[in-house]
Structures are given as structure tokens and as C-alpha cells.
Design a protein. Structure first.
Lengths: 286, 290, 458
């Protein structure tokens, strides 16, 4: 008896310690983001002279930076472009990558091995190394740049390797093959097995990958800047260009623009968090 | 799973994804490899075949090899710290503590700040906050800006990378913990396994696939570090913090030696491929299937 | 699950509120000043009533692109393009190069994509790298004679249009110097390095502890400071090229080259009075502008492009800022002590590979419009705030820094020498200069790095 109480107290103390540590780390993690929020409401001079103060600024706080960012970025149009590209590419990559990963896990043949090895290896190709060949092929030879669909296709291709890798790990570790064998005996074909049984079980990893991928697509600068030059098609990060000068940057507006850009991703994250919890595998298996 | 259905399944399941991947990544990559064998400078209309001349130039590029050495050092620090930290935080965030969703959203924020703003904010932290602390406390560690001393600037790079990468890895570890079979954990608890024993004997083996992924991702991302390097230090002070990926980019575009830069990128790729190949092989062996 | 939503809502609530208020445009906080001059649009009005320019009606409907690597004039160029379209019917699409990409990388990727811009605003070294391979020959254009002395030739041909003159030197804040010393300050009275040091000492004696701001950025150190050793060879671009050739071939020994040691003499002075002396590599560029405007310092080594920074720091257009030369020795008759460096920086290159005849003609018309039309002339100076390299342009820039460079150029108190160095010069030798600035290396080591660098260039 005595022993367990001591253990319990120890446990509590450890918990409290862990909690304190967590809060400290949490503040450190949040700090830069809070800086962005605070400084997005200040004028450049105040940002440089007193970046941390909120109340004691010379010129006070205002939301002018947000108004300026909103109009200069042509926010509604850029938002629409970003939304179309991000949603299409995310849906596409989630579907194609989960199917491909499923195939690779369940078919231990030569193709699977080579494809998987190729994908893993490709994740370490520096993007700068394929940037110029990429534009020569798609621009110079095929002449398909400056279309949203090209960007969507490329986003899908570039995120394929990592998505397959993640799905692969999850399917292998968490999806019992017994379930599928039972369904197969019940007369389901492989398509039905995948979409009715396997896919729903992938919810936690799908949520994770949707966040990671859409974050990457939404915030990406380099690839869209290579593919899109038509002003009407510019995505949000591309549309913040005018805030950066060669020798000076308009920090207040940049930070306001950044916040305007990331709010949708933050919302998505909060919504999907619920999904991660809702899709716990053990619950579904029971 | 009968073999006879393999062909049809292949077309339905594997082909579309594979096509995207090959068309966007593999084909340009192979074309890029071909370019390393020519004297093309990125602009001219003629490409002369020069065999391995570009690779020979890489051997004499001292700056490349020293940047590679620095990158190794950086990778070791980053990979270890990121994974321990992210694993621990994800573990705490999936134990049902109060406000864990709020915490999770907070730990996600490093992912939201990129590019110039990231560099600017952190320069501020190192040049102002730290120096401010130094003035207040008299600690010599904070006396000058971290970014003006070679070894402290390196530490600053590691710190910022840990901050950003762990935000990402927490997400993956959280998904891994969420995917754990609760029955196994409960059974273990009933059997009397607690604390470290439970972690070491039950959780770690079950989390091995997440660990494989996170190790691999941190490894490859740390090797390829470019954005943080460019926006935080841009190689300063006096070129001591220039990592391999940044050097490759500078070589190809700033120094205008496209072929040499491309060849260096290829060498970097091969090195990272070997290292992460070994890592994946080793950690995969530890994985248990459900 | 409700909890999850709730906590999420808390996190984004602040942000959502921000956006909501942003749209309504409300203002709150302390000490906010509605009459703040920075809030007012400072663009000068353009007189569009007179336009005698001959537009070619056959070009109407042509569409051309302009790649802009001078980010601070992005909006101004868009305005200019729109005005030109209104009058000529030629559509000019302005494409920006931004953060992260270098202009050269952007141009290279656009050429590879088969969709290069009709016109590109590039640095001189980029133009030289691309000229013979990609650019249209502009040697027969009429504006060549208006830009005499500011043209860049590649093997006897002109491939680029000089867009602006930029100059650099020691920026001073006249009012601060006068207030600190309690007497009037005449920049012309400072004629040698010793005069300059004496002035600095007097400022220190009068209470200004460290009167100089010295940027640590590699582009400032590697390009703007160090290139004086080539540019002051004889004060011409040809001389700078000759100096570089001699360094490369070993004919000019840097350890005995007088301009090298003179340059470092001046640099040492700047280092000695540097406001960030305790931690020279921790200096913050934006803070320097504020320090100069507030009078914490009196001098800042920089160029006329620093005006937007000063303006952000609350400097007014009628404040007295100007340039002192980069003093290198004590001979008052040496041109380096009397003149400031000012030369064309950004150039417009026309695509000669993909562009159609029609597009090329439209692009040439646009360039002519900038040089010859009343509106183009005004917009170049007033909208873009550029110092024009064209003799026939009667307009003067309005900010004090550009105006001072403009006056120097027109009074013959500027030397036009630009050193054409490889593109990585600023970054590699900028690092070597940083090391010197941080006092981690000495003159011998710095000189050895420069010699090493040139030895590696074939």
C-alpha cells in the first residue's frame, strides 16, 4: 500500500514538473508569433526602436498596416488563387499518395521496392538542383507554365514522396491486415476494401498530412514564383512582394500581411485537430 | 491478396501517384544530372559535353567541403535535440492534460512564420533581447549579439532550426501517439508497467515508425537547410555559417558556375542519401507491425 | 470535442478580431498623431497637360513585360506603365523580383521557361553576363547621346539603357552637427582625412560619443566600401577595369598599392568612431537610420538609396542631409577627397531572342518615352524618385540625398567610375571585410583574401 502512495506522489510531482516545463517551452515557442502580432500594429520606427513594448509606443497602435497589406496584396483575388491551388493539390495528393502507399505496403514486389526507395531518396534532392531543369522542361519544351493546373500538378508531384512515406509508415504500423482479409472473404473488391475500410482508418494521418501539405502549398513561395507570372494568378505569398525593398523592408506591413496569410491555415489546423482526436484507431477497431 | 489482381490494382492504385512523382521530380532530376556533365552556364544556347570536369572543380572548392563539415555538425545537433524535444512534448500533449488543444495550436505556430519575417524576428531576439539580458545581468554569454560571433551564430542557427523543425515533428509524433493501440497500453498498465519501463518497453517500440519518419525528415531537412540559413545569418559573421545547400545555391547563381553548383548539389544528395538510407534501414528493423 | 473547438477559437479569436477591425479601419492606442506626415501620400503631382511625344500608332495593342529588380520602385513602375499604356496603347506588365531570388536567377529561370521578359532591369554585371547571348543591340538608339558617359559597352556595342545614377559617400546630418558644435557647418570645409578626423574629435569632445554609423552587411562592406580601391585608381570605369586586370595578373601588388592602404586608413577611422564599436557585427541597419535622424550619430556611410530608410525614421524632405567624400588621404587636391562616387547602377536590357519585332519596337518606344516625353521625364524623377542619367531631363529629384548627388554630378563634384566585378565579389570579399571589421583579421590577411579571390578568377 505504502509503496503505491509514494509512487503516486512521485507521479504527481513528475506531472507538475512536466507541466511547468511544458508551459515554459510553450511560451518560448509562441514568442516569435506574439512578436509578429504585436508589431503588426506598429509603425516601422516603433518596431525598430521598441519591438517589445505594446503600450509605450510613440505613434500608438493602429490597424493601418492591415488595411495597407489587404489592399496592396489584392487580398480577395490572391486568397481565391491560393485557395484553389491549395485545396486541389491537397485533395489530389492525399488521395493519390494514400492509394500508392497502400499498394506499396500490401504488394511486396519489385515495383514497390523500387518505387519506395526512389521516393525516399528523392526527398533529399535539394529543390534548387531541379529548379532550372524543371522550368526548362515545363516552360521551354512543354510550354505549360502560367496555368494554375500546372502548379497544382507540380505541388502534387513534389509532395508525393513525403506523403507516401508517411502513409506507408502509418498503414504498416496501424492497419491490421486481418481486417482486409475478412472483408475480402466477404466479397469486397480491392477498391471497396480501400475506400470503405482502410481509408477511414487513416484519419489521423490524413489530418496530419492535410495540415502539413496545405501549409506547405499555402506558404510556398519559390515554386509558384517559377510557375506563375500572370498577375491575375498570383498566390498570397507572391502578392506580398511589394513590401520588400532592396535596402529597406516595410516590416509592419510585412507582418500584417503574414498574419492575413496564415489565419486560414490556423483555422484549418484547429478544425483538423478535432479530426485527429475523433479518428483514433482503437475506437474504430472496436 | 492474389497475384492475379496485381496488374489492375497497379493501374488503379499506384500509377497516378507514381506518374505525378516521376514527371515532376525524377525527370527534371535526371535532366539536372545530365547538365552536370556539360559546360552549360544556365543561359547559353550551346551545351558542350565536358564529362567530369565539373566534379573535378568541386574537389578544389575548399569552401564547399568546409561548409559540408559545418553542415554535419549542425545536423547532429539539430536531429538529436529536435527529436527528443518533439517526442517529449508530443507525449505530454497526448496524455489528456488540461488545455492540450490550446497547447498544440501554440506549438504549431513556428510553422506559420517563414522567410524574411522569421530572420527578422530572430535577429531581433539575438541582437536585442539577448543583449538586453546581458546588460541587465552582466552575463558574458549575452554581452554581444550572438550573430556576430562564429560559434554563437552557429548555436543561434541550431536554436532557430530546433524551434521551427520541432513544431513540425510534434505534429507527426502526436499523430503517432494518437494511432497507438490503447488496448496495448491499458494492458501494459494493468500488468503494472509504469513510467520509464512503459516508455522503454512498450511505447518506444510501438512508436518506431513515427520515429523512423521523424528522424528521416529532420535528417534530410537539416542537411538541406537553406531558408533559415539565408534569412538568419546569410553566412555571417564573415562566411563562417554558410551551410552546404546555401553554398551550392551561391555557387550556381551568385558565382555563376551553374555546372559546378549542380555537381555539388548532386554530391550533397548522394551523401545525404547514403546517411539517411542507413538510418531508415536501421530504424525500420526496430519497427513492429500491428 | 467541444473543448477542442473552444480552445481553437481562443487561439484565433485575437487574429479574427484584428481582421474585423482592420476592415473598419479604426485606430486606437496612445499618442497617435493624425497629422503624421508619413501617413500622407508623398508622391509628387505629375503635370500631364503637355505631351509632344510622337507615339507610333502601329504599336497599339502590343503587350510587353518588364522585369523589375529594383523593388522600391515597383509601384512607381506600375503607375508609369499604366500612364504609357493610356497614351500609346502598349500594355506594359511589370513583374517583380523579390526577397530570396536574385535578379539573375530570375532572368535565367525565365529564359529557360521560354518566356523571358521583353525588358529586364538588371545590375550592370548581369547585363554584361547576358548581353551577347540574349540582349537586343541598342547601339543605334537616339537616347545614346543624352546618356553620354553613362553607357555600358560590351565589345563596342550598347546592350542596355542606364535607368538611374546612384551615388554613395558619408551621409551627414547637418542640423545635428551644427547643434552639437554650436556653429554652422560647411561640408566643403572638410577637405582631407585629417579634417574629417578633427571634425569627429570635436563632435566627440562636444558630447557625441560615437558619431559614425557603419553597416556590417556584406553588400555594404564588400561592394560599397571595398570597391573604392578599384574606382579610385583614376576615377573612371576604364581605370577601374585596368586596376582589376593588373591585380589579376599580379602587376599591381595590393600590399604596396597606395589606394589599398588609403582605403583602409579611412575605413579604420570609420571603425574607430563607429557607434557599434563594441559589437560591430551586431549593428542593425534600420537602427542606423534612426540614430542618424535622431542625432545619436552624425554620419552614416551609405548611398542615396538610403532615403526611404531615413524617411521611415521621420526625416523630412527639407532637412539638410548630404554627402561627404570617402576621404582617403591628406591631399586636398586628390579627386577622392573632393568628389563623391556616382555612377549608373540599374540597366534596362531588351530581349533579343524571343521578343517579336513588334514587341521590340514597343519596348524601344517605352525607353524613348522615358527619355524624351515630358511625362516620362517627370515620372522617372518624381514618381520613381530616380536621378536621371539623361542630360535633357530638366527635373530635379526631391529628396535631399538624391538632390545632393544630383548637384554633385552637375557641379562636376562627382566621379563616374563603376568597377565591373564578378557577381560573388560582394559576398566573398564582404565576408573578408566583416572579419576585418570585427578585428579578427589584420590588413595583411584582408589583402591576402582579396588577392586569393582574384587569383581564382580566370
Amino acid at each position: 500500500m505504502n509503496k503505491t502512495t509514494i509512487g503516486g506522489n512521485k507521479q504527481k510531482a513528475a506531472n507538475a514538473l512536466a507541466m511547468t516545463g511544458l508551459v515554459i517551452i510553450f511560451i518560448a515557442y509562441m514568442f516569435p508569433f506574439l512578436m509578429v502580432v504585436i508589431n503588426s500594429m506598429k509603425e516601422k520606427r516603433d518596431i525598430i526602436k521598441s519591438p517589445f513594448s505594446w503600450l509605450y509606443t510613440i505613434k500608438g497602435l493602429s490597424l493601418d498596416n492591415f488595411v495597407k497589406a489587404f489592399t496592396q496584396m489584392d487580398f480577395p483575388n490572391a486568397f481565391k488563387n491560393s485557395l484553389i491551388v491549395t485545396v486541389s493539390a491537397t485533395v489530389l495528393v492525399t488521395l493519390l499518395a494514400s492509394m500508392l502507399a497502400y499498394y506499396i505496403v500490401r504488394h511486396n514486389n519489385k515495383f514497390s521496392k523500387i518505387a519506395f526507395a526512389l521516393m525516399v531518396a528523392s526527398m533529399i534532392i535539394p529543390f534548387q538542383a531541379i529548379m532550372i531543369p524543371l522550368v526548362s522542361i515545363y516552360g521551354g519544351t512543354l510550354n505549360v507554365l502560367n496555368h494554375r493546373i500546372t502548379l497544382i500538378f507540380m505541388h502534387t508531384g513534389f509532395s508525393m514522396a513525403m506523403s507516401v512515406f508517411m502513409f506507408h509508415g502509418f498503414i504498416k504500423g496501424n492497419i491490421p491486415i486481418a481486417l482486409e482479409e475478412a472483408a475480402y472473404i466477404d466479397g469486397c473488391n480491392s477498391r471497396q476494401i480501400f475506400f470503405k475500410i482502410v481509408f477511414p482508418l487513416l484519419k489521423p494521418i490524413i489530418s496530419t498530412m492535410v495540415i502539413l501539405n496545405s501549409l506547405a502549398f499555402w506558404n510556398d513561395y519559390l515554386l509558384p514564383s517559377l510557375v506563375l507570372t500572370d498577375k491575375e494568378l498570383l498566390t498570397l505569398p507572391l502578392s506580398t512582394y511589394s513590401f520588400y525593398g532592396t535596402y529597406s523592408a516595410d516590416y509592419g506591413t510585412i507582418m500584417a500581411g503574414l498574419l492575413l496569410c496564415v489565419i486560414p491555415i490556423l483555422i484549418l489546423y484547429v478544425v483538423l485537430q478535432k479530426q485527429i482526436i475523433g479518428g483514433v484507431v482503437s475506437g474504430a477497431v472496436k | 491478396m492474389k497475384k492475379s489482381r496485381g496488374g489492375k490494382e497497379f493501374c488503379g492504385f499506384a500509377l497516378p501517384g507514381m506518374f505525378c512523382f516521376v514527371a515532376v521530380v525524377i525527370v527534371p532530376f535526371l535532366y539536372g544530372v545530365y547538365l552536370t556533365l556539360t559546360d552549360w552556364n544556365g543561359v547559353s544556347s550551346v551545351k558542350n559535353f565536358v564529362a567530369l570536369q565539373n566534379f573535378a572543380s568541386v574537389l578544389t572548392d575548399k569552401q564547399f567541403w568546409s561548409s559540408l563539415l559545418l553542415t554535419f555538425k549542425y545536423v547532429i545537433f539539430v536531429v538529436i535535440i529536435v527529436n527528443i524535444l518533439a517526442f517529449a512534448i508530443a507525449y505530454l500533449l497526448t496524455r489528456g492534460i488540461k488545455g492540450q488543444n490550446f497547447f498544440r495550436a501554440g506549438f504549431f505556430t513556428p510553422n506559420l512564420i517563414g522567410g524574411l519575417v522569421l530572420g527578422y524576428i530572430w535577429q531581433f531576439v539575438f541582437s536585442r533581447v539577448f543583449v538586453g539580458i546581458g546588460e541587465a545581468t552582466g552575463w558574458s554569454l549575452f554581452e554581444v549579439s550572438w550573430l556576430s560571433d562564429p560559434s554563437l551564430a552557429f548555436a543561434a542557427l541550431v536554436l532557430v532550426s530546433v524551434w521551427q523543425l520541432s513544431g513540425y515533428m510534434i505534429l507527426i509524433y502526436v499523430a503517432g501517439f494518437m494511432g497507438l493501440n490503447q488496448d496495448v497500453l491499458e494492458a501494459a498498465s494493468i500488468d503494472g508497467a509504469t513510467g520509464w519501463v512503459k516508455l522503454k518497453n512498450i511505447i518506444l517500440p510501438l512508436m518506431m515508425s513515427s520515429i523512423t519518419i521523424c528522424l528521416f525528415l529532420t535528417l534530410s531537412r537539416a542537411f538541406m537547410v537553406y531558408d533559415v540559413n539565408l534569412s538568419l545569418t546569410a553566412g555571417a559573421p564573415y562566411g563562417t555559417t554558410e551551410m552546404a545547400a546555401m553554398h551550392v545555391y551561391e555557387k550556381a547563381f551568385t558565382s555563376r558556375q551553374f555546372g559546378v553548383g549542380q555537381a555539388e548539389a548532386l554530391i550533397l544528395f548522394v551523401i545525404v542519401a547514403i546517411i539517411s538510407g542507413i538510418q531508415v534501414y536501421v530504424t525500420k528493423k526496430q519497427e513492429v507491425e500491428a | 470535442m467541444k473543448k477542442a473547438i473552444l480552445s481553437g477559437v481562443i487561439v484565433i479569436a485575437i487574429l479574427a478580431a484584428l481582421v474585423a477591425v482592420a476592415v473598419s479601419g479604426c485606430r486606437f492606442g496612445f499618442a497617435s498623431n493624425p497629422d503624421d506626415p508619413n501617413e500622407v501620400d508623398t508622391a509628387e503631382p505629375i503635370d500631364t497637360s503637355v505631351d509632344t511625344f510622337q507615339y507610333d500608332p502601329s504599336l497599339e495593342g502590343t503587350s510587353i513585360t518588364l522585369l523589375n529588380s529594383k523593388a522600391e520602385i515597383q509601384n512607381a513602375l506600375v503607375e508609369m506603365g499604366a500612364e504609357f499604356e493610356k497614351r500609346s496603347g502598349v500594355h506594359v506588365e511589370v513583374m517583380p523580383v523579390t526577397d530570396g531570388d536574385s535578379p539573375y536567377t530570375k532572368v535565367v529561370s525565365l529564359y529557360n521557361s521560354g518566356n523571358p521578359p521583353t525588358m529586364s532591369i538588371l545590375d550592370t554585371t548581369d547585363v554584361i553576363a547576358l548581353a551577347e547571348e540574349k540582349a537586343a543591340d541598342l547601339s543605334g538608339e537616339a537616347w545614346l547621346k543624352e546618356a553620354e558617359g553613362y553607357l555600358t559597352e560590351v565589345n563596342g556595342k550598347v546592350y542596355s539603357f542606364p535607368l538611374c545614377i546612384e551615388g554613395r559617400g558619408i551621409i551627414y546630418n547637418k542640423q545635428v552637427i551644427e547643434e552639437t558644435l554650436g556653429e554652422s557647418f560647411d561640408p566643403a570645409s572638410i577637405r582631407t582625412l585629417d579634417d574629417f578626423v578633427a571634425l569627429l574629435d570635436r563632435l566627440v569632445a562636444a558630447g557625441m560619443e560615437e558619431p559614425v554609423s557603419l553597416a556590417m552587411e556584406d553588400w555594404s562592406l564588400g561592394a560599397h566600401h571595398l570597391q573604392y580601391i578599384y574606382e579610385t585608381y583614376d576615377g573612371t570605369s576604364a581605370g577601374a577595369a585596368e586596376a582589376i586586370e593588373k591585380i589579376k595578373s599580379g602587376q599591381l601588388d595590393l600590399s604596396t598599392y597606395d589606394r589599398m592602404s588609403q582605403f583602409l586608413d579611412m575605413f579604420d577611422v570609420l571603425m574607430k568612431y563607429n557607434v557599434a564599436k563594441g559589437d560591430p557585427l551586431g549593428a542593425d541597419y534600420d537602427e542606423m537610420a534612426i540614430d542618424l535622424v535622431d542625432g545619436k550619430t552624425a554620419f552614416w556611410f551609405n548611398g542615396n538609396w538610403a532615403w526611404p530608410n531615413l524617411e521611415d525614421a521621420d526625416a523630412e524632405k527639407d532637412d539638410a542631409y548630404g554627402f561627404l567624400p570617402y576621404f582617403m588621404n591628406n591631399d586636398p587636391d586628390d579627386f577622392v577627397n573632393r568628389q563623391i562616387q556616382a555612377s549608373p547602377s540599374k540597366q534596362v536590357m531588351l530581349d533579343g531572342v524571343v521578343a517579336t519585332e513588334q514587341q521590340l519596337a514597343a519596348a524601344k518606344e517605352f525607353l524613348n518615352w522615358i527619355v524624351y516625353s515630358e511625362i516620362g521625364q517627370q515620372m522617372l524623377v518624381k514618381t520613381c524618385n530616380i536621378i536621371p542619367p539623361f542630360q535633357n531631363n530638366p527635373y530635379e529629384p526631391s529628396d535631399p540625398l538624391s538632390r545632393d548627388i544630383y548637384n554633385h554630378v552637375h557641379d562636376g563634384a562627382a566621379f563616374n567610375a563603376s568597377a565591373i566585378v564578378p557577381n560573388d565579389h560582394w559576398s566573398i570579399l564582404g565576408a573578408a571585410m566583416q572579419k576585418y571589421l570585427a578585428q579578427r583579421s589584420d590588413r595583411a590577411e584582408l589583402i591576402a583574401s582579396i588577392e586569393d579571390y582574384w587569383a581564382q578568377q580566370q
